[in-house]
Design a protein around this ligand. Structure first.
Ligand code: PHE
Length: 453
């Protein structure tokens, strides 16, 4: 059998995992969720969910992935042969491909906006036009499909190049640059006239906005943002070398993801207020707000505005790509390892699936907007199905698997590299407690209250 690829260094692992975590979830989804659920209170619940409920699942997935050195299905076969756990393996192959489908539609939007930025399209036109453009663009039939196609093709291309030459190489270079870019944009946004209200919105919690639905949405966002519950982190962990540190990569990824989300909040929300747009404007928030700012700025210094716009949409595009490749890798690892397919064929199948389902999602903003699934458009339905249900459910099952099915000594061995990592040994009890009790009970409680209220 061909030897399995590995990531080349600790830095590469963290960059790949952070690359998966940091994406549209941070720049596009987080700000509009904050806006929909009322600002700082949502952020606090989100942070609590990230560290108490979701980080333990990061450890669960990495333990499973690195111990088994397999795709999610193979991992279940190796660690619990002949049991029903294989269904968890299968679920977590399907769910990332569904996410990839609608995610690529938004990835396509960022391609479109990057083109517009490159053409100086945000400068020198009336501000209303910018606002209207978004609505017209996403509801048209062909243009969004065209850019969606371009996005999916780029993802397929990188995944095809392989774990080391494709994923590792791409994320190692792009992730550090992303951080610099988002800081630049946040600083600029905060200094806009009228931005103070946005800063206040992000920092001053209003707890009267708390509700069961908000807590469920915050938990779903935490899962989505850390790429958990769908086997992506498990799959990346299967490419981790045995001498790497699971605790450090988990905390490193979670902290960078959180910092990035907050930075994105500061990049977007002050601009929302400065532009006089409603924070609860929904999925279009980033795409409607930022161009407005670039437009305003363009009337003063056109070239600077154009540069900022290009920088911003390159940031979104790159962040989206590094996440999308992690979703695709789950299916590709499964098809190559379990079904004996070549990497080319496997990549092609996953790409085609995401492309077709993505087209339906894209059309659900326009010609197919009349198709409702439980009251939602196809796009919203799939997003809610995944974020609020499939991801937490997958995560719940992963923690139960590690906390209750695997032996404590195996988990200890994996988490502490055979007892050699001192800090990990010391913290193991806490992690074990979070894994066995806090995370599963917490997730079930959030599910139940959301269903009952
Ligand atoms: N975490 C990614 C983001 O924030 C999205 C993602 C979800 C990636 C699930 C992989 C798996 O954009």
């Amino acid at each position: 059998m061909k030897e399995r690829e590995n990531f080349g260094s600790r830095f590469a692992v963290i960059m790949a995992m952070a690359g998966s975590a940091i994406g549209l979830g941070n720049i596009w989804r987080f700000p509009y969720m904050v806006g929909e659920y009322g600002g700082a209170a949502f952020i606090i619940v989100y942070i609590l969910a990230s560290f108490l409920l979701v980080l333990p699942i990061f450890f669960a997935e990495t333990v499973i992935g690195r111990r088994s050195r397999s795709n999610t299905f193979g991992a279940m076969q190796k660690l619990a042969p002949g049991t029903r756990w294989k269904w968890l393996g299968l679920l977590t192959i399907v769910s990332p491909i569904i996410i990839l489908s609608y995610y690529s539609v938004v990835g396509g939007w960022s391609v479109e906006y990057l083109f517009k930025a490159l053409a100086f399209d945000f400068t020198g036109v009336p501000a209303d036009e910018i606002h209207e453009f978004f609505g017209r663009f996403i509801s048209s039939a062909w243009e969004p499909i065209l850019v969606h196609t371009a996005f999916v093709a780029m993802v397929g291309g990188i995944v095809l190049a392989g774990v080391k030459k494709g994923i590792e190489k791409f994320t190692k270079v792009t992730m550090p640059i992303l951080f610099v870019l988002i800081v630049v944009i946040a600083v600029y946004s905060i200094t806009l006239p009228g931005a103070g209200k946005g800063v206040e919105y992000l920092l001053k919690p209003d707890f009267s906005k708390m509700s069961a639905g908000m807590v469920a949405a915050a938990m779903g966002q935490a899962f989505f943002s850390l790429s958990l519950g769908v086997g992506t982190i498990l799959t990346y962990a299967s490419y981790m070398r045995k001498d790497e540190n699971i605790l450090a990569s988990g905390v490193g990824t979670a902290v960078s993801d959180l910092v990035f989300a907050v930075l994105a909040g500061f990049a977007v929300m002050p601009a929302v207020f400065a532009a006089g747009i409603a924070p609860g404007a929904g999925p279009g928030l980033v795409f409607e707000t930022l161009p407005f700012i670039f437009n305003k700025m363009g009337s003063a210094i056109p070239w600077l505005s154009a540069v900022m716009a290009i920088v911003f949409f390159v940031t979104i595009l790159v962040a989206a790509l590094t996440s999308a490749i992690s979703m695709m890798e789950v299916g590709v690892a499964y098809l190559t390892e379990e079904k004996g397919m070549k990497r080319v064929g496997a990549t092609l199948i996953v790409t085609l699936f995401a492309w077709v389902v993505g087209i339906l999602c894209s059309l659900s903003f326009g010609p197919l907007s009349g198709v409702r699934l439980l009251g939602n458009s196809i796009f919203d339905f799939l997003d809610k199905l995944c974020s609020n249900w499939l991801l937490p459910a997958g995560g719940l099952l992963f923690t139960i698997f590690v906390g209750w099915k695997m032996s404590r000594s195996d988990v200890f061995d994996e988490f502490t590299n055979g007892g050699t990592l001192r800090a990990n040994v010391r913290l193991f009890k806490v992690v074990w407690f979070l894994l066995r009790y806090v995370a599963p009970v917490g997730i079930v409680v959030v599910f139940a209250t959301n269903l009952l209220m």
